[in-house]
Design a protein around this ligand. Sequence first.
Ligand SMILES: *[C@@H]1O[C@H](CO)[C@@H](O)[C@H](O)[C@H]1NC(C)=O
Ligand SMILES: *[C@@H]1O[C@H](CO)[C@@H](O)[C@H](O)[C@H]1NC(C)=O
Ligand SMILES: *[C@@H]1O[C@H](CO)[C@@H](O)[C@H](O)[C@H]1NC(C)=O
Ligand SMILES: *[C@@H]1O[C@H](CO)[C@@H](O)[C@H](O)[C@H]1NC(C)=O
Length: 342
Amino acid sequence: MAVWDKKILWGFTFLLTGAAGVAVNYPDHICAVKGSTVTILCTFTPLKSAIRAGTQVFFEITRVRWCQNHLICHGTTPSVYDSQSESNDPRYKYLGDKKGNCTLQINDVKKEDEATFRFRMEANDTPAHYTGRSGVNITVSDDSPMMVSSSSSGREVSAGENVTLYCTALCTFHQLEVTWFKDNHALSESGPALQLSPLTPEDSGNYTCGVRTNDKTLSLPYSLHVEAEQEGGSNPSLMVGVVFGVLLALVTLIMVVCIIRRKRAAAADTDQRAVGGQVEPKHPDDIYSNVLPPAEQGHRQEPSRAVEEVSYASVQFKHKNQDRLAKEAEDAIIYSAVASRG
Ligand SMILES: *[C@@H]1O[C@H](CO)[C@@H](O)[C@H](O)[C@H]1NC(C)=O
Ligand SMILES: *[C@@H]1O[C@H](CO)[C@@H](O)[C@H](O)[C@H]1NC(C)=O
Ligand SMILES: *[C@@H]1O[C@H](CO)[C@@H](O)[C@H](O)[C@H]1NC(C)=O
Ligand SMILES: *[C@@H]1O[C@H](CO)[C@@H](O)[C@H](O)[C@H]1NC(C)=O
């Protein structure tokens, strides 16, 4: 108890002399997949100096350590890492230093790593010893499989596109040793993102991912189908069919229009003969120029207007038809350009 009292006393003294600011900053709760590697990013601010008996004394951190589940992590408390120990478990790798970085990496995470981890610094003098008591809680997810998602919304993608597949899990990770499989064959790529760019039809297949050291994390397959580039926009055989159908309809329409015209002309001819041997009109304008009895006028105007409309309509359709032919020719050029590239 005497030791404790002394510590409290010293603590009080240093508070008065501006020792405030000594701290350890841990990340938030970490969820790690069993078998993966997790990095606890950590920083600390040590006590650098203090006034003792009127003179400033400087401290130097001489020992750093990490413990599980112990509030102080001092003395003979077992530690997962101790800078003064020769027999640290190689699974725990200290990536920090004795100045301000207390980062700890845990490799091949095991269920027993589900604990509260705390960092302690010890100096050349007791007053500068300090443990960051809040700690960081680590949970270990055992056999929850990973999931594959894609940067593209659909599973059907076209050759030449860029797609990235992501390996994710319910937990978030600082680092993942992700391994990828395509149709159950391991790929050389690793990491949570698998870039497939530019895509070729050979990239089609079932993709799975998981943490290298944990079979239970293997994801369900993600099936990717890459379409050949020229089939990307529209189906060429379907387009040709549609164009032929439209042409056939137009030809039929023009024929029908011609037949109607002839029949109307013939009817007008008979009409005129009945009225009294007037000259057969060759054009709609001729009809208007003809002098007719008022009684006859209404009767005569109707068919002529119809002829006008029909001829106008046929001109319109012919124009459209040409547009389509031009478009078809354009498409054919694009298509042949694409085909020659492939
Ligand atoms: C601490 O060290 C780790 C590992 O070397 C590094 O990734 C991290 O950026 C460092 N942190 C700071 C604040 O320098
Ligand atoms: C860590 O978990 C313990 C219970 O196991 C809880 O009391 C504590 O508040 C947690 N700490 C943090 C930083 O979440
Ligand atoms: C695909 O990515 C490459 C670079 O990796 C880029 O040059 C290209 O323009 C991208 N293509 C598409 C369709 O985004
Ligand atoms: C991908 O998996 C599906 C069933 O999920 C299967 O029908 C298909 O043949 C597989 N493809 C390959 C290339 O193995």
